[in-house]
Design a protein around this ligand. Structure first.
Ligand SMILES: [Fe+2]
Length: 153
């Protein structure tokens, strides 16, 4: 395969994207979990907001995984691989609603950091589609973090 990016760079970019995929999948599951288990006076708002967020994340994992495939590498797709690759920790038990919001802010910020690290490698290798994809993901995660953060002020 020759798309104008050498194999070593394609592998480095795929490895960065695999971490973004693992973070996004972990945040997807956390958000869905919180959608199911949230309680309290903010139930309706949070239940619906978390649903919008996990739906967006579910679409995003597909796009990230398929970019890895287009670069010629296998996409991680098991919980074991995701937990080894992810920078986002899972919770024990069910947090209070405000803790859920705080944990999701931290999750979106974590994906943004992972995406930024991956971006640097993609940019160096002139991988414009990956840069474009990561830019879009950064916009979503930073905007979502801001919206969630605003609920805590
Ligand atoms: Fe639901």
């Amino acid at each position: 395969m020759d798309i104008g990016i050498d194999a070593a760079h394609r592998e480095q970019i795929s490895s960065g994207l695999s971490k973004v995929l693992a973070d996004t999948y972990t945040l997807y599951l956390k958000t869905h979990n919180f959608h199911w288990n949230v309680t309290g006076p903010m139930f309706q708002t949070l239940h619906l907001m978390f649903e919008q967020h996990y739906n967006e994340l579910a679409l995003a994992v597909d796009v990230v995984a398929e970019r890895i495939r287009a670069l010629g590498f296998p996409a991680p797709g098991t919980y074991r691989q995701f937990s080894a690759l992810s920078s986002i920790r899972e919770e024990d038990g069910i947090p209070k609603a405000t803790d859920m919001i705080r944990l999701l802010v931290e999750g979106h910020e974590a994906v943004a950091r992972t995406a930024r690290t991956a971006f640097v490698v993609a940019e160096k290798a002139h991988d414009q589609p990956t840069c474009d994809l990561l830019t879009q993901r950064l916009q979503v995660h930073e905007k979502t973090a801001w919206m969630l953060r605003s609920l805590l002020e």
